[in-house]
Design a binder for this molecule. Structure first.
Ligand code: ATP
Length: 252
C-alpha cells in the first residue's frame, strides 16, 4: 500500500507537487497520468526516497518513509525513467549488486536473476558488459533489478518506453499478475491505451494537483460526454484545444 498525505514539493517559489492526497491499496495497479511537467516524476521520486518532500507524509506498507527510510525502501522496487547502470558490470553482476543492496542472500539472488533474465530474453547477455546493451535491453535489466528482491510495492516511471512488443506484453502480464497476488504498483505512463487496459484506477495530475481520480467507469461517468475513451477524458481535462488554437494563431 502507498499513502500520500499532503505531499508537496517546491523548487524555490515554484510548486511542482501541490498537497497531493492519494491512497493506492494492496492489490491495485494505479496509473498516474498527466501532461509534460505535471509533477509525475517528482511525485514518484519522492515516493522512492530519492527526493525529499517540502511537506507531507509518504507511507509504504504503513511505514512512514521519513521515520524509517530503510524499512520503507526495503518494501519498494523503483524503476526510474532515466536509469543509471554501471557500464562495466555484466547484467548478472548488476543484479547481484542490487540484490546485495537489499540484503538478499546469494542463492536467492542467483535464482531470481536467472528467472528474470530468462523472462526478458537476456540469458545469453547475462555475462556481457552493460555497455554493450541496447536501450531496450538496459530497460529490461533495470526492470529486473527492481524485482530482484521481490518488493511488495513497485513504483515505475514510464516502463514501456524502449521495450519491443514482446517485452511490453511480458511486462503488462507480469504487472497484472503481481497485483493479482496482492502487491501494489503505481505507474506513470503517457500511453493512454496502456493505462486504460492495465490499470485498476487512474489519477490525472496537472500543475501538481490531481484533477481526476477513479476507475475508467468513474472517469467516464464524470466526463460530460459519458461513454468516451481515456484520450478524450485526458485531453478535455488538460486542455484539448491546444492544437486547434495553435493552428488558429498560424492562420491569423
Ligand atoms: P514529463 O511527462 O515531461 O516527464 P512530469 O509530470 O514527470 O513530466 P516532473 O519531472 O515531475 O514532470 O516536473 C514537474 C515540474 O517541476 C516541471 O515544471 C519541472 O520543470 C519542475 N522541476 C523538476 N525538477 C526540478 C528541479 N530540480 N528544479 C526546478 N524545477 C524542477
Amino acid at each position: 500500500m502507498i499513502e500520500l498525505i499532503g505531499l508537496t514539493k517546491r523548487y524555490g517559489s515554484f510548486t511542482a507537487v501541490d498537497a497531493i492526497d492519494l491512497r493506492v491499496p494492496k492489490g491495485e495497479l494505479f496509473g498516474f497520468l498527466g501532461p509534460n511537467g505535471a509533477g509525475k516524476t517528482t511525485t514518484l521520486r519522492m515516493i522512492a526516497g530519492i527526493l525529499r518532500p517540502t511537506a507531507g507524509t509518504i507511507r509504504i506498507g504503513g511505514v512512514d518513509i521519513s521515520a524509517d527510510p530503510i524499512a520503507a525502501k526495503t518494501m519498494l522496487g523503483f524503476i526510474p525513467d532515466r536509469p543509471f547502470i554501471y557500464e562495466k558490470l555484466t547484467g548478472a553482476e548488476f543484479l547481484r549488486f542490487v540484490g546485495g543492496l537489499y540484503s538478499q542472500n546469494g542463492k536467492d539472488i542467483e535464482h531470481r536473476s536467472r528467472e528474470l533474465l530468462a523472462l526478458f530474453d537476456l540469458e545469453q547477455w547475462r555475462d556481457e558488459l552493460v555497455e554493450s546493451y541496447s536501450h531496450g535491453m538496459r530497460q529490461k535489466l533495470i526492470i529486473s533489478s527492481a524485482l530482484v528482491h521481490k518488493p511488495d510495492v513497485i513504483v515505475v516511471d514510464e516502463p514501456m518506453v524502449g521495450l519491443d512488443p514482446k517485452a511490453a506484453r511480458i511486462l503488462k502480464d507480469l504487472f497484472r499478475e503481481y497485483v493479482r497476488r496482492g502487491h501494489t504498483i503505481m505507474m506513470s505512463t503517457h500511453t493512454l491505451e496502456v493505462a486504460e487496459t492495465m490499470c485498476d484506477r487512474i489519477g490525472i495530475i496537472q500543475n501538481g494537483k490531481i484533477r481526476a481520480l477513479g476507475t475508467m467507469d468513474d472517469l467516464r461517468s464524470a466526463s460530460a460526454e459519458g461513454n468516451t475513451g481515456l484520450e478524450e477524458i485526458f485531453l478535455r481535462l488538460t486542455g484539448e484545444n491546444a492544437a486547434r488554437e495553435f493552428v488558429d494563431v498560424l492562420d491569423a
